[in-house]
Design a protein around this ligand. Structure first.
Ligand code: NAD
Length: 497
């Protein structure tokens, strides 16, 4: 039987690729290839950008109420059919139903935010800065923007970008991850059903060839990227060198600091869900617990005791709590850190390779490594899998030094009963998002999401108010209108005020 092909979505219709290049799309829970996805050539990217540029002119001039209507309808479609989208995400990414439903719910928040666009685009007005002179500001769309997204949130991260970009009046060329590309095509179809004119959102699939063309195309005004740090850095450098506005969010190594006074049961529960949820393939996953003082002696056994209860299985199992990894190669690379950690002198408390999951899916059980130090690869690398390391330190200051000395600065969390310690931590720590007794502090859609250091290249965070700022440019108008009383023509105004 011929393999199903996932086409591009350009100008309002599914458009089969012409480059002859394709990539495999697996079902990670079975290990079988379920489809192949077309990879766009530079010419196909050019075609999508030309269609987007033509659509952007009318869409950018459309009334704000019309744009809001599209997002209200889109939101209703998403709410009504969220299970369909979650199932699709699960089948290509592997995440379990709860994680897939959570991803869709967090994505919908961004659609709800974008539906408020008439309010979000309100400018400022200063009346009477001089005689007859007023100054006011407006924000206008950029034109065509590119959105390049990672595999780990194939519905939510596109929604982070396309919701605000489109509501602000731009057209978008979205290049999703080639590993799980179907969700974004479904989103594009549903947005059109909600009334979005054809060509405002286009999805081109592919790899570096498509991304390189987007980065150099003269009609792309801005690039939003989310993915790994080396690619984020390169995208930022190339995009800005080509004169584009770029926000490029990169990888992470998120620390959860546990002070000795913390509620250890609550901290252990939080560590388990934040480290192993979505198989650790979250940019906000906790991958390092920093146990202060004697916290490690109580926390490590508490986490280890919980791990046999984590049910690993396919997304088709409604009780499964953790699914497979995205590819066989990635699973094997993640597993290789367990031997490496032991060789480097850490203590492997729970080895996920010992948990056998039937079939050929890309599964790996949950792993816990104690007595990790900052010089070890298992600490320094973004492993991006279900492997949690514990670093033991003597004091709060040592914990802070560790977190702040890390290359990455996406999210972090502190667990404590001491409000003063938490307050000091939120001030001192060099990360963009901080949780206090909250392990994964992903901001709600009306704040903005972004890390510091090698977790973000650019100066605006993504979605929320920063998203509106990123996808528009400001204009300030200074106007002078003489008082009608001074007019040469009698307009019926009294001559004095
Ligand atoms: P990735 O960097 O491999 O790929 C991201 C996107 O870039 C994909 O669309 C891919 O096709 C494209 N790409 C890959 N290599 C490229 C190259 N050499 N040139 C041009 N384009 C290229 O990332 P991934 O494996 O899909 O996603 C996981 C990574 O994303 C992790 O590092 C994770 O921390 C990060 N991430 C970060 C955030 C955040 O908000 N900071 C959110 C989600 C994921």
């Amino acid at each position: 039987m011929a393999m199903r092909t996932i086409p591009h979505f350009i100008g309002g219709r599914e458009t089969p690729g012409r480059s002859g290049r394709r990539g495999p799309v697996f079902n990670p829970a079975t290990g079988e290839q379920q489809a192949e996805v077309d990879f766009a050539s530079a010419e196909e990217v050019d075609q999508a950008v030309a269609i987007a540029a033509a659509a952007a002119r009318a869409w950018g001039a459309s009334p704000l109420g019309k744009r809001a209507d599209v997002f209200f309808r889109f939101r209703q479609i998403l709410v009504d059919r969220k299970a369909e989208l979650a199932d699709l995400v699960s089948s290509e990414h592997g995440k379990v139903p709860g994680d897939a439903a959570g991803e869709v719910a967090r994505g919908i928040e961004n659609v709800e935010f974008a539906a408020g666009i008439p309010h979000l685009l309100k400018g400022e007005y200063s009346e009477g800065v001089s005689t007859g002179v007023d100054v006011y500001s407006i924000r206008q769309p950029l034109g065509v923007v590119a959105a390049i997204t990672p595999f780990n949130f194939p519905a939510m991260v596109p929604l982070w970008m396309i919701s605000n970009a489109i509501a602000c009046g731009n057209a978008v060329v979205l290049k999703p991850s080639e590993k799980d590309p179907s969700g974004p095509v479904l989103l594009a179809r549903w947005l059109e059903e909600a009334g979005l004119p054809a060509g405002v959102l286009n999805v081109v699939h592919g790899d570096k060839v498509a991304v390189d063309r987007l980065l150099e195309h003269p009609d792309i005004a801005a690039v939003s990227f989310v993915g790994s740090t080396p690619v984020a850095r390169a995208i930022y450098q190339r995009g800005t060198a080509a004169g584009k506005r770029v926000q490029a969010l990169g990888g992470a190594k998120n620390h959860m600091v546990v002070l000795p006074d913390a509620d250890m049961d609550a901290a252990a529960d939080a560590a388990v869900s934040a480290a192993y949820g979505s198989a650790g393939e979250r940019c906000m996953a906790i991958s390092v617990v920093v146990a202060v003082g004697d916290a490690g002696d109580r926390l490590v056994p508490a986490i280890a005791a919980r791990l046999p209860k984590v049910r690993v299985g396919p997304g088709t199992d409604p009780k499964a709590e953790m699914g497979p990894l995205i590819t066989r190669e990635h699973r094997d690379k993640v597993a290789s850190y367990l031997d490496l950690a032991a060789r480097e002198g850490a203590s492997v408390v729970v080895d996920g390779r010992k948990q056998i999951i039937a079939g050929n899916g890309f599964f790996l059980g949950v792993s816990l490594i104690d007595r990790v130090t900052a010089s070890m690869a298992v600490y320094k690398d973004e492993i991006f899998g279900p492997v949690l390391g514990v670093v033991r330190v003597a004091s709060y200051d040592d914990a802070l030094e560790l977190v702040n000395g890390n290359l990455y600065g996406n999210g972090t969390a502190i667990f404590t009963r001491d409000g003063g310690a938490a307050r000091r931590f939120q001030h001192d720590v060099t990360c963009g998002m901080v949780g206090i007794n909250v392990p994964i502090p992903v901001p709600v859609a009306y704040f903005s999401f972004g890390g510091w250091k090698a977790s973000l290249f650019g100066d605006t965070h993504i979605y929320g108010p920063d998203g509106v700022k990123f996808y528009t440019r400001g204009k300030v108008i200074t106007s002078r209108w003489p008082d009608p009383a001074t007019s040469q023509i009698d307009l019926g105004f009294p001559q004095t005020r």
